[in-house]
Write a protein that binds this ligand. Structure first.
Ligand SMILES: [Zn+2]
Length: 449
């Protein structure tokens, strides 16, 4: 890598410059590759100089380190390489004794190049932690059995409404220990805001929604920079009030790490583009490449080489390319005897009118206003004009306070108008597909982009 970064890569007559954008790992792997103290250590944060304090649980061997300071000074590449604290002392609490990371030999920023992984920190970390606290030990945060059963009923009610873009249907809270990271992500961004409303008490719901909105902003390609400082404010609020609502003994490494993810997104791009989600999907494929424990790297390399020789990757790429170039939307499933259709395939998603799960979109009308529509049919008219028809979301309001222009981007509660309205469309007028979940009140729906 050192050689490649210094001299570039020569392929035929062309030379390519090689840089490292980010090195993505979970907390134990991060500590290992950077030769720093593992999570749970007093000075383990890879981004700031926070000093943890010990919290005694009263059980031998079960004490934990908590991180409640919100304003610890940030680390820099220079201070990491010199291994000094802001006071000029040796930073022995953070670095492993006598060990230097081999990555320090590369011309990279030893702090900014290592984002905190969102998949492990937020989805599998904090989201699972708050659900555990709602179900766990007695305290003000614990939910009574009746409220848990209301949440479970609502989650079950969501089954038929989950868009086919989600791989799994929501599971009830008793399966919380088995939830995959992607299921926790869906709970944080989609089902959670709907099923927790009016079940969690106001301060707890507002607190949960702060994390939901901050994560939504930081994973959005449009907003991650524009509203970065607002997302940071929400995360600071979340961490600060975590101690108040759930007790300072629960402000562990994952909760503290939230203070740094907005800066990571600002430097490296939306959180999902710098998280383990990109790679976890390949773990199964990589495992399938291995026939024994002997020389795993060589085995992987051989299989990849064989696939390249068979030209599989190029075939897949050219198929995708072809699909992208098609003129969308494509209508299908004609309603017999008319020029109306039940299905429309857009470049990023499919809308099906005869389902509860895939029939809601946000579009821009001719006056550039955003409208949420429950689609009833598509139509092709003379001159090849494409029409979308459906019921408009009315009396829509956001369940929590936030900047007005972020309302439709976050989530809305409202009911659908009885009248069917028609709009002219092309691929650009349809902004996104909406997840439309039932609300606790009949005829009202929770719509989330
Ligand atoms: Zn920190």
């Amino acid at each position: 890598m050192k050689d490649l970064m210094a001299n570039g890569y020569q392929w035929k007559s062309r030379k390519y410059a090689i840089t490292i954008k980010a090195i993505i790992c979970d907390a134990p792997a991060l500590a290992y590759v950077k030769a720093i103290k593992c999570h749970g250590g007093y000075h383990c944060c890879s981004k700031c100089y926070i000093k943890g304090t010990i919290h005694s649980t009263g059980i031998k061997g079960k004490n934990k380190v908590i991180y409640t300071d919100l304003e610890a000074p940030l680390r820099s590449d220079a201070s990491f390489r010199t291994q000094k604290t802001p006071e000029g002392d040796d930073d022995v609490g953070h670095h492993m004794n006598k060990e230097r990371s081999v990555l320090e030999q590369l011309p990279i920023d030893m702090i900014k190049t290592f984002p905190i992984d969102k998949m492990h920190l937020v989805d599998e970390g904090v989201v699972k932690k708050v659900i555990k606290l709602w179900l766990g030990k007695p305290g003000p945060q614990k939910l009574p059995a009746l409220k848990i059963s209301i949440i479970n009923d609502r989650l079950k009610k969501c089954y038929p409404y989950m868009p086919n873009d989600f791989q799994r249907k929501p599971r009830i809270l008793k399966y919380m220990n088995f939830l995959k990271a992607s299921e926790c992500r869906v709970f944080l961004l989609y089902t959670g805001p709907a099923v927790l409303r009016k079940v969690l008490s106001k301060p707890y719901y507002k607190h949960f929604m702060c994390l939901s909105l901050a994560t939504r902003i930081l994973t959005s390609h449009v907003y991650y920079r524009l509203y970065n400082s607002y997302a940071q404010t929400l995360l600071v609020y979340f961490v600060k009030h975590f101690a108040v609502l759930y007790g300072s003994q629960n402000v562990t490494y994952n909760v503290h790490g939230l203070l740094h993810i907005a800066q990571d997104a600002y430097e490296l791009g939306p959180l999902n583009s710098n998280s383990c989600y990109l790679y976890e999907a390949y773990i199964k494929k990589i495992k399938k490449m291995l026939h024994s424990f002997n020389r795993p790297l060589q085995q992987c390399s051989n299989r990849v080489h064989e696939m390249t020789k068979l030209n599989w990757s190029t075939t897949i790429k050219s198929n995708n390319e072809k699909q992208r170039q098609t003129d969308h939307p494509i209508f299908s499933h004609n309603i017999y005897g008319t020029n109306k259709f039940k299905t429309a395939i857009f470049s990023r998603f499919t809308i099906r009118v005869n389902t509860k799960s895939d029939n809601c979109v946000m579009l821009k009308n001719q006056t550039n206003c955003e409208i949420i529509l429950r689609v009833s049919h598509f139509e092709i008219r003379e001159n090849n004009q494409k029409i979308i028809a459906g019921q408009k979301l009315i009396n829509a309001k956001c369940p929590v306070d936030k900047p007005e222009n972020l309302e439709q981007f976050f989530c809305m509660v409202g009911s659908f108008d009885e009248a069917v309205q028609e709009y002219l469309i092309d691929n650009k007028t349809i902004l996104c597909k909406m997840c439309c979940l039932p609300n606790d009140c009949e005829e009202e729906y929770f719509v989330i982009p």
